[in-house]
Design a protein around this ligand. Sequence first.
Ligand code: ADE
Length: 227
Amino acid sequence: MKIGIIGALDCEVAQFCLDFKASETKVKGIYQGEYNGHTVYISLVGVGKVNAAANAQRLIDLFGVECVINSGVAGCTTKKLGICDVAISDKLTYHDFYPIDCLEKYSPYTSEFKADEKLVKLCENACKKLSENEENFKYAVGMIVTGDQFIEDSNVVKRLGEKYNSLCTEMEGAAVAHVCTLNEVPFVVIRAMSDNADEKADMSFQEMASVAAKHACFVAKDMIENL
Ligand code: ADE
């Protein structure tokens, strides 16, 4: 199977590139490797929705990927998870698109993008295994929200939690989901918590992003092993 992996930052793709012995393709920023009999295309996209969308479409058009995994870190917006715990998307939406019903009235006629059930289940299984070995590890399946904003405000966290019942907030997931939905390509978003999106988010992110990103990578790899 041809699998696409999207990560915004070096620390979100580095472990995949190492483990899959990936090397850069003729397309800048897209690396090709092998894992468990699958060909994996890893795209280092940079931060934000447009970078994510453009590169999701490039993976689909130029490499014919049959599913897309967006793996990385996020700011936590739920009490269910702590730092380095993992959120798995069952659906995603934008928290900065106003009015959001433009997406419902016009193409793509939905403002929530549903992740592939089989991929979600495989991620859950991977997390279950992790939580058996690591006593304090937690995970949850639910809504992930995306916007072109690094959130570092506990009032915003409260609003996102209340309005969307979200697990976490990040800056690419819904854009990947949106493009995959338009192309009818299955996808899932896996995010490990690097911070609590509060006033200390920047410091926590600097300290924890690399470690957290490895948790998300571990889940994605286990998922691929079972595809
Ligand atoms: N990615 C990691 N932490 C984040 C935050 N607090 N806001 C947006 N994206 C993030």
